[in-house]
Design a protein around this ligand. Structure first.
Ligand SMILES: *Cc1c(COP(=O)(O)O)cnc(C)c1O
Length: 379
C-alpha cells in the first residue's frame, strides 16, 4: 500500500542501542536493556514491578497462570477484542463468558459484567480499546458484591501513555498487559510487558517468566541456589528486543504527542461529515489523556463501510476494519458463552473503519481526508 495503515519509525537511539548489543555479543535475555525497560515501566505505572515479555499474548498467559484458574472457573471478557485476550484463559481450561461493550467507549460495559457474574467468576478482563480507559472502579464495585477475590486483569495492549485523571491507564487493576507489537504506539516488532500492580503477584511473576525457577531471587542474592519451584514459561525477550524498545520508551512522550497531532487533524477534519450524519467520530472524556493509538470512524451501514474500505484501497490507502466478534467465532462458540444480545459488539464490528496513524503520517492526512469526503459526496 502506498499509504500504510501502520509504520514503525525509529525516533531516537534504536540503532545505537541495538548495535551496542550486537557488538558486545550480550544477546541473552536478562541484560541491562531489559532491566532498564522494566524500570521505565515500573516507574511509569507506579507498579509493584514490571516484567518484560516476548508479547502481550505471553503477558496475558502469565497473568492467567498467576490467577491460578482452571476448569470450572469463569472469566468475563468483551467479545470485541483480539483472540489473545481469550486464548490466555482458555489455555488454563477455564470457561469464557463474553459480554457486550459500551457504544461510546467501545469498552466492556460494567452493567453487562454485572449480569455475567456468577459464583464461578474468578477473573474479569477489561480491554482498553484504542487506549480508552475501562471503568475499573465500577467493575470492581460489581465484582466485590460477588467476591472480593475476583481479579481484574486489564488487557492494556493499546493503552500505553494514555491517562485518566492523570493516572496511567493500566495502573488501576491487579495486573495489566502491554503490547509492543509493530502495530502499537511504542513498538519493537514483537514484545510486551506484564505490569504487576498488586504486590501479591510480584515474586511469582518472576518465577513464571523464568521457566518456573527462582533464578531471579538467586541473582538478587536472596537464595544461594536456584531450582524448579513452580509452573512457568520462557517469556523474556532477547536483549536485541529490549534495546530497540528502550530507545522507543525514551521517546514515548514525543511519539505520543506526534500521534495526538495526527489524531486531532483527523478529528477536526471530520466534524462536518459527522454533522451531516455520514460518520461518527470517537469520543474522549474530559478527564482522559488520549494516547492516540487509533483513529476510527463509525459508518452507518456495513455495506457503506466495506465500500469505503475498497474505495480507499483503490487509492493506495490502507484503512482496515477491526475485530470479528469472538463470541461468534468458531473457537468462541466452542470455548465460551455470550451473556446478553451482543448488539453493540455486532454493530461496531460491522461499521468501524480505522485510518492510517503513525509517526509522520501527517503529510498524508489531507489526501486521506479528501478521499473520504469524495467517497461520501457520491455515496
Ligand atoms: C495487540 C493486542 C494484543 C496482542 O499483542 P501481542 O503483543 O501481539 O501479543 C492483545 N490484545 C489486544 C487488545 C491487542 O490490541
Amino acid at each position: 500500500m502506498r499509504i500504510p495503515f501502520n509504520k514503525c519509525v525509529p525516533v531516537g537511539n534504536e540503532i545505537n542501542y541495538v548495535s551496542e548489543v550486537v557488538s558486545t555479543g550480550e544477546f541473552g535475555a536478562s541484560g541491562t536493556y531489559k532491566s532498564r525497560c522494566e524500570t521505565w515501566l515500573k516507574d511509569h505505572f507506579d507498579a509493584a514491578d514490571a516484567v518484560m515479555t516476548q508479547s502481550c499474548t505471553a503477558a496475558l498467559e502469565m497473568a492467567a497462570m498467576l490467577a491460578n484458574i482452571g476448569p470450572g472457573d469463569e472469566v468475563i471478557l468483551p467479545s470485541f477484542t483480539f483472540s489473545s485476550t481469550a486464548n490466555a484463559f482458555a489455555l488454563r481450561g477455564s470457561k469464557l463468558v463474553f459480554v457486550d461493550i459500551d457504544p461510546v467507549t467501545l469498552n466492556i460495559d460494567p452493567t453487562q459484567v454485572e449480569k455475567a457474574l456468577s459464583e464461578k467468576t474468578r477473573v474479569i478482563v477489561p480491554v482498553n480499546y484504542a487506549g480508552q480507559p475501562c471503568d475499573i472502579a465500577a467493575i470492581r464495585d460489581k465484582a466485590n458484591k460477588v467476591s472480593k477475590d475476583i481479579l481484574i486483569i486489564e488487557d492494556s495492549a493499546q493503552a500505553l501513555m494514555a491517562y485518566e485523571n492523570n493516572k496511567p491507564v493500566g495502573s488501576q487493576s491487579d495486573l495489566a498487559t502491554i503490547s509492543f507489537h509493530n502495530t502499537k504506539n511504542i513498538a519493537c516488532g514483537e514484545g510486551g510487558a506484564l505490569i504487576v500492580n498488586n504486590e501479591k503477584f510480584r515474586k511469582r511473576s518472576y518465577i513464571l517468566s523464568e521457566k518456573g525457577t527462582n533464578r531471579k531471587a538467586f541473582f538478587l542474592g536472596e537464595i544461594d541456589k536456584y531450582s524448579w519451584v513452580d509452573i512457568g514459561t520462557s517469556a523474556i525477550p532477547s536483549e536485541l528486543t529490549s534495546a530497540l524498545l528502550l530507545a522507543q520508551l525514551e521517546k514515548a512522550k514525543e511519539i505520543t504527542e506526534k500521534r495526538r497531532e495526527a489524531w486531532d487533524m483527523y478529528y477536526d477534519a471530520f466534524e462536518d461529515l459527522e454533522r451531516t450524519g455520514s460518520v461518527k467520530r470517537p469520543q474522549i472524556a474530559e478527564n482522559v489523556y488520549n494516547n492516540a493509538h487509533m483513529f476510527y470512524l463509525l459508518i452507518n451501514s456495513n455495506e457503506t463501510r466495506n465500500k469505503l474500505i475498497r474505495s480507499l484501497k483503490e487509492k493506495g490507502i490502507s484503512a482496515p476494519f477491526h475485530y470479528i466478534p469472538l463470541h461468534s467465532a468458531p473457537a468462541g462458540l466452542k470455548l465460551g458463552e455470550a451473556i446478553g444480545d451482543m448488539s453493540v459488539t455486532n454493530r461496531i464490528s460491522q461499521t468501524l473503519i480505522r485510518l492510517p496513524l503513525w509517526y509522520g503520517v501527517d503529510q498524508y492526512i489531507p489526501e486521506i481526508v479528501d478521499s473520504i469526503r469524495d467517497f461520501f459526496a457520491s455515496n
